[in-house]
Design a protein around this ligand. Structure first.
Ligand SMILES: *[C@@H]1O[C@H](CO)[C@@H](O)[C@H](O)[C@H]1NC(C)=O
Ligand SMILES: *[C@@H]1O[C@H](CO)[C@@H](O)[C@H](O)[C@H]1NC(C)=O
Length: 369
């Protein structure tokens, strides 16, 4: 504090003598700043270095306000009058009206136009052990989703018996959600069969309500890089990326996913980090549907944790070059999507462009069938 005191009691005489000089200096500074500001106004505002310098942490108050406002707006938009007859007229109407798929959040974003809706679908498993973990897992995923820029709608599917407890968890998360109580017609013999049926229930809901956006199946126990969700927003048709699968008991890590070049998928790989082995298959030609088909290793299916897609495909399959008379499109949407992702490779976008970065981690056995 000593130096501060000295500065305050500086002699008046000196102050007066320098008074005129200070004024001139101030004027000069002022005009310099004015000129700089004037020209800065012409600088492109979307320059990445400027953005990097002015990035705010996701917790600033404005975001919360924006998020709650969006939640209200989006809820209004997202509850469209469901076209019960999915005829041609319904399709045209949904396409022309935009279907309330995007929400203009009106913040200081550099992107042109409103952000697309992210539809994050989480399925659950029945069984006592699963039920005990559910609250913790849902809360953790909710915390991740709260960091994602709106609009995001979280579709949670679960057995009808467990729904009341989960409804209470979901209400407190601050994430916009749809809670689907699932009442199966059969007793499932495997967890995979149950998840499959729940995914179809979620897709039926998305289709019925025309929730247009980018849809991804997020496991409740999954771990996500927050930048991931901004990346998948860019998906036009389908997108895929590498996923790390960790098995807690065996301390194993396996990464599986696409081999990419300039966002194009040129093959698939599976890398075991414990023994250092990598298996990879690449497409032989541009039109080759099954990579390394000659070698006998074919990619038959893609795990749901490894892809996202434009949900419009659910009610607009014709546009993606598929026959409308597909036998089980409406019954088994998830199978249809998994097939179409692998078949329509030209529309499949690798994320990030060289697929080198792992942004999704999950627990459990790698589900390569
Ligand atoms: C499912 O199992 C329960 C008993 O665990 C049984 O009461 C019910 O009838 C079964 N449902 C079907 C469709 O098999
Ligand atoms: C999503 O798919 C629909 C066609 O089903 C298409 O009209 C729309 O442009 C796609 N969205 C984006 C962002 O590419």
């Amino acid at each position: 504090m000593g130096t501060g005191a000295v500065a305050v009691v500086a002699p008046d005489r000196a102050k007066q003598r320098r008074g005129g000089h200070l004024w001139k200096k101030a004027l000069l500074h002022f005009s310099l700043c004015f000129v700089m500001g004037f020209f800065t106004g012409f600088a492109p505002s979307s320059s990445s270095s400027w953005r990097a310098a002015t990035q705010h942490p996701p917790h600033r108050a404005g975001d919360h306000l924006a998020a709650s406002r969006v939640a209200v707006d989006a809820r209004v938009n997202l509850v469209p009058s469901p076209p019960d007859t999915a005829g041609e007229v319904g399709l045209v109407g949904a396409a022309g009206g935009g279907g309330g798929a995007t929400v203009d959040v009106g913040d200081d974003d550099e992107e042109a136009g409103p952000r697309r809706l992210l539809i994050v679908v989480t399925t659950t498993r029945s069984g006592a052990g699963e039920r005990r973990r559910r609250r913790a897992e849902l809360l953790r995923l909710a915390h991740t989703l709260r960091l994602v820029r709106p609009p995001v709608v979280w579709v949670v599917v679960e057995p009808v018996a467990d729904a009341p407890a989960t409804a209470e968890v979901l209400r407190g998360t601050g994430v916009m959600y749809r809670h689907i109580a699932f009442k199966p017609e059969e007793n499932f013999t495997t967890a995979a069969a149950e998840a499959h049926a729940q995914r179809n229930a979620a897709l039926a809901h998305v289709e019925k309500h025309r929730l247009a956006g980018v849809l991804h199946f997020a496991d409740a126990a999954g771990v996500y890089d927050t930048g991931f969700f901004d990346q998948i927003r860019q998906i036009e048709a389908f997108g895929t990326w590498p996923v790390a699968t960790m098995s807690a008991g065996e301390k194993k890590v396996v990464v599986e996913g696409p081999l990419c070049s300039a966002s194009k998928v040129i093959g698939w790989f599976s890398r075991d980090f414990n023994d250092g082995t990598t298996r990879a298959v690449t497409y032989n030609t541009e039109t080759d549907l099954n990579p390394a088909g000659v070698a006998g290793t074919r990619v038959h299916t893609i795990d749901v944790s490894g892809f996202a897609f434009n949900s419009s495909i659910l009610w607009d399959p014709e546009r993606w070059g598929r026959p409308t008379s597909l036998p089980d499109t409406s019954q088994d949407s998830i199978k249809f999507v998994q097939e179409v992702v692998l078949e329509d490779r030209a529309k499949l976008k690798g994320i990030p462009s060289d697929c080198s970065q792992i942004m999704v981690w999950q627990y459990g056995a790698p589900s390569s069938q």
